[in-house]
Design a protein around this ligand. Sequence first.
Ligand code: GLN
Length: 483
Amino acid sequence: MHTKTLLELAQGLRSGDFSSVELTRSFLNRIKQYQNLNAYITVTEEAALQNAEAADARLANGTAEMLTGIPIAQKDIFCTLGVKTTCGSKMLDNFTAPYNATVVEKLNQAGAVMLGKLNMDEFAMGSSNETSYYGAVKNPWNINTVPGGSSGGSAAAVAARLAVCATGTDTGGSIRQPAALCGITGLKPTYGRVSRYGMIAYASSLDQGGPMNRSAEDAAILLQAMAGFDEKDSTSVDLPVPNYRAGLNNSLAGLKIGLPKEFFGEGLNGGMAATLETAINEFSKLGAEIKEISMPALKLAIPAYYVIAPAECSANLSRFDGVRYGYRCENPVDLTDLYTRSRGEGFGKEVKRRILIGTYALSAGYYDAYYIKAQKIRRLISDDFKNALSEVDVLMGPVTPTTAFGIGEKIDNPIEMYLSDIYTIAINLAGVPALSVPAGFVAGMPVGLQIIGNYFAEDKLLNIAHQYQQVTDWHLHTPKGFE
Ligand code: GLN
């Protein structure tokens, strides 16, 4: 059962080939069998089986939706009522959420069966899932390599078939980069498309939740259930949600694809470049027109992001003070001791580094030189996207400069780690949607192709990825040992 796509499973549940309880049990067994990947932080076995029973009842009485009875998993950044919600941090190791994130609520309402909470980089800060308090996640394609981050648990779980699909969040690449490194399909929607309510904040002007699936068709189904206006999130956008599956079969004839030359320069591994070229050729065969373009501000994305994201995180993470919830140090002698030791002991190294950078960039005297400058660069980057996307329909490029790197290889060199986000970060600064689609392998490791669209063009991105998946089978490969 675990080899089937979401759509096939939904059909199987309807035709009575298996029940949701059977399906859920088979995934729970796989989670136990492949614990070595460290993809899950919490497994909610009992609740999952109860919800699967409820889903079977809905399937029997005709009130089932597409996701009813489908075993999914949530990134541990989404608050789940009554279930431990850690955000990958010691700070929240003792935290049980008192409410559901809107995304969780929506998927529960749709009847999806949550198997558990997925491992992630601490507070979503990282590109390798090595900053998690719960330890590194392993890439199922080679367990000595990273799955990417910060949604590394989500990507590894979907690739190894430890969940049919998963949620992720993407502040600077955290859906697309792990999707690429684990050979799955991951979509970061337009900022505002998916509610951030109950999604623990990292950098609020960049964070966006999205679907992580095997195929674009499955991503269309999951996004359908996640997207939409939410009055509890003031940045959520009140626009109708299109029927994503309805547009999947549109022809790509005449589609204008732009290739930003800044995406294909030095720094992109040779094998990756050749693989992407082959992938892009497929689109010519499907009738698309390819054009090289230039986006000169892209090269400024990393420095701008690594000022803006830490600045926002330093403000967001000030709420973890040992007073209201989360970790509290033992026997504080006074209030200052309570604050400093709770934060000093509760946060990991990378989170502290970001808080320090952010606090510095926001402090009087440096605010104009760093924060305001970074905001100006952000505008230049948005303008680059605006101009490019008025000339072409979508942009294509790499997701990552290399395939998955070794566990431990970059963790002590933050600059090198930050550089692995070079192709994903600008998209968040502009707020446009982008997806990563499996496009081949280099030395046995998956390669992702990034497709970037205009605001709210998720339907177009899914259509393009789906058409590509009709003529290629990269998204159907399963890592050895997980068949
Ligand atoms: N790797 C980037 C960072 O560490 C992006 C993380 C994310 O998208 N959550 O900030």
